[in-house]
Design a protein around this ligand. Structure first.
Ligand SMILES: Nc1ncnc2c1ncn2[C@@H]1O[C@H](COP(=O)(O)OP(=O)(O)OP(=O)(O)O)[C@@H](O)[C@H]1O
Ligand SMILES: [Mg+2]
Length: 331
């Protein structure tokens, strides 16, 4: 089995309501062919309504495809749905909270799901101990879930997805609605599940930063179809016409004014603000010609008393690529 998840012309058409004698239908997933390798961290990106959740639900055997099929852990989703179900853990950031019993403690929640997944009692006991330990919940194992912080609930949900020790995890927007600290914590855990436990992870998110941090390969979906499937760095190399520079600010009077001032320069096409690892301000500028832009930007900032730590020519960001591809522009 070369690929842990593989789809073959997978298609889902939702039949809509009848309107004026015509039945409107939506092709949510349109002849999708993806291949996910064992242990890969695979990101599925796309604008709202692109078909990501539908695709994941088909792989989870929640929705039956209209056409095509897929294999998960080598099992066909149509012919061997039960074997497929024991091969993956599923986590949906938006609805995940509802999948826990808030009036039970973490340990009892996990015991219940272990029972549903037919994990033998003794093995379940050991696994629950190991999972509570891995997710640093051991000391709170007897506390009711409703008393947990959001970050702790997410950790119980992740533990729940892992209770039957599946090789594959389907994670649909796991960080949606989380505050910065819980999101950082969740990303760290997802990385650990991939690196330390070797899980194959299929992941969706609208947060380009986290996709860039986590995913080894990404597929971009639009209108049910896959329009790009590659590593983030290869995608960046594809769009050589997008030129960008990043200015790391050491000291300045007002972010907003500096960003406004740079946005007004005729050589600048787009400005965005990010943070580096040490939380320093980094301003990213999309320009026509980076060699022309660097001295102009440096001089303008110097003349306004801004201290600059560095100005670097950089490749286009995943966001630049995403916007370009999903808008349907070809170059
Ligand atoms: N049960 C359903 N019945 C009818 N149409 C549906 C159903 N589920 C999804 N759709 C439609 O299928 C398309 C794809 O939806 P889907 O939820 O898969 O997109 P998504 O990429 O996950 O979007 P988002 O980023 O907003 O989560 C949309 O047009 C949606 O309205
Ligand atoms: Mg979705």
């Amino acid at each position: 089995m070369e690929y842990t998840v593989e789809t073959f012309d997978l298609t889902k058409v939702f039949k809509g309501e009848k309107e004026g004698g015509k039945r409107l239908s939506v092709k949510a997933v349109d002849h999708v062919n993806i291949k996910v390798r064992r242990g890969e961290f695979f990101g599925l990106l796309g604008p709202n309504g692109a078909g990501k959740t539908t695709l994941i639900k088909i792989l989870c055997t929640i929705i039956i495809p209209t056409e095509g099929t897929a294999t998960v852990n080598g099992f066909d989703i149509l012919k061997e749905p039960e074997k497929v179900r024991s091969s993956f853990g599923w986590f949906h950031g938006e609805t995940g909270g509802r999948s826990l019993y808030w009036r039970l403690n973490a340990e009892d929640n996990l015991k219940f799901y272990a029972y549903l997944q037919n994990v033998p009692r003794e093995l379940a006991k050991k696994r629950i101990d190991a999972l509570l330990d891995f997710f640093e919940l051991s000391k709170d194992r007897h506390k009711l879930v409703k008393e947990y912080s959001t970050g702790m609930k997410v950790r119980v949900m992740l533990a729940r997805a892992l209770i039957h020790n599946p090789p594959i995890l389907f994670m649909d927007e796991p960080t949606i609605g989380l505050d910065t600290i819980s999101a950082v914590e969740t990303r760290k855990l997802l990385k650990a599940l991939s690196v330390e436990l070797g899980k194959t992870i299929v992941f969706t998110s609208h947060n380009m930063y986290e996709v860039e941090q986590l995913c080894e390969r990404i597929a971009i979906m639009k209108d049910g179809r896959i329009i790009a499937d590659s590593s983030p760095s290869i995608l960046r190399d594809m769009l050589t016409d997008i030129k960008a520079i990043e200015v790391e600010i050491k000291e300045c009077w007002s972010h907003e004014e500096i960003i406004g001032m740079l946005a007004n320069l005729s050589i600048v096409k787009k400005v965005s603000e990010t943070r580096n690892e040490s939380n320093g301000l980094v301003i990213r500028l999309q320009v026509d010609d980076e060699y022309e832009a660097i001295p102009i930007v440096a001089e303008r900032l110097r003349s306004r008393g801004v201290k600059v730590a560095s100005i670097l020519q950089v490749k286009p960001s995943l966001e630049d690529i995403f916007v370009r591809l999903t808008r349907g522009e070809t170059s």
